[in-house]
Design a protein around this ligand. Structure first.
Ligand code: URA
Length: 230
């Protein structure tokens, strides 16, 4: 496979970041400087900054994220991160992000290709959210959420919106803009007081207690890969 892909699969960097490492001459293959068009086979010895890269096993972890945990690998303010929480030996990173004050399903993986595609808007991966809002929800608000809401970064794409209770709405989105659900609900006059992601790309965490995680099954990984054309 191509060198950047090999580095991504080894959990070293995304493919794009791997290209940068290669361009900077930090990657060697069998002792020779690697190039963007270098192909690597299993027997080749790949080193980054002189350190051997082992093709680590791919890990895919499903976390039921609690509130108060940040979706990064390390936090300059020292707050707990989702990576600390899953405590995986493999260098897994979160796929996309959930706000510190959002709970629910979050995928972490060292599978660079898969993570890249799942997070890419082109693949429009389905995400389901349940929001508790201030006040009593109205039919026009639900219709507006479904049709598309004007936000400062553009109108949202059509979504599925369903009332689950007097002050509770379920939204199924194929976009993933920053604080999108909070901003959409606010825009239709119903600020969010509690937000939970209940579904991601056909997966759910109903059987995983909050704060805990589990590895995806092989079938689940295969289904994800098919979903994004891998
Ligand atoms: N929308 C939000 O507002 N917050 C999240 O964490 C995810 C989606």
């Amino acid at each position: 496979m191509r060198l950047n892909r090999y580095l991504a699969r080894a959990g070293i960097a995304s493919r794009r970041a791997a290209d940068e490492l290669i361009k900077k001459g930090r990657v060697t293959v069998n002792g020779q400087r690697g190039e963007l068009n270098t192909f690597v086979a299993a027997r080749d010895v790949v080193e980054v900054d002189g350190e051997r890269v082992g093709k680590q096993d791919l890990a895919h972890v499903l976390l039921n994220k609690p509130l108060g945990v940040v979706t990064t690998a390390s936090d300059p303010e020292g707050r707990p991160t989702v990576v600390d929480l899953v405590g995986y030996e493999a260098r897994v990173v979160p796929v996309g992000r959930l706000d510190i004050d959002t709970s629910g399903i979050l995928l972490l993986t060292n599978d660079g290709d898969l993570a890249h595609r799942l997070a890419h808007p082109r693949y429009g991966v389905e995400k389901t959210y349940v929001a508790d809002i201030e006040g009593d929800l109205t039919q026009p608000a639900i219709a507006a959420l479904a049709a598309g809401v004007e936000l400062e970064d553009g109108t949202t794409a059509p979504a599925r919106a369903r009332q689950l209770g007097r002050s509770r709405v379920e939204l199924v989105l194929h976009e993933g803009r920053n604080r999108q659900v909070r901003r959409m609900c606010e825009a239709v006059g119903f600020p969010v007081v509690r937000l939970r992601r209940t579904g991601y790309a056909g997966l759910d965490v109903s059987k995983v207690p909050t704060g805990e995680s589990r590895a995806l099954t092989r079938d689940e990984v295969e289904a994800l890969r098919r979903l994004v054309g891998l």
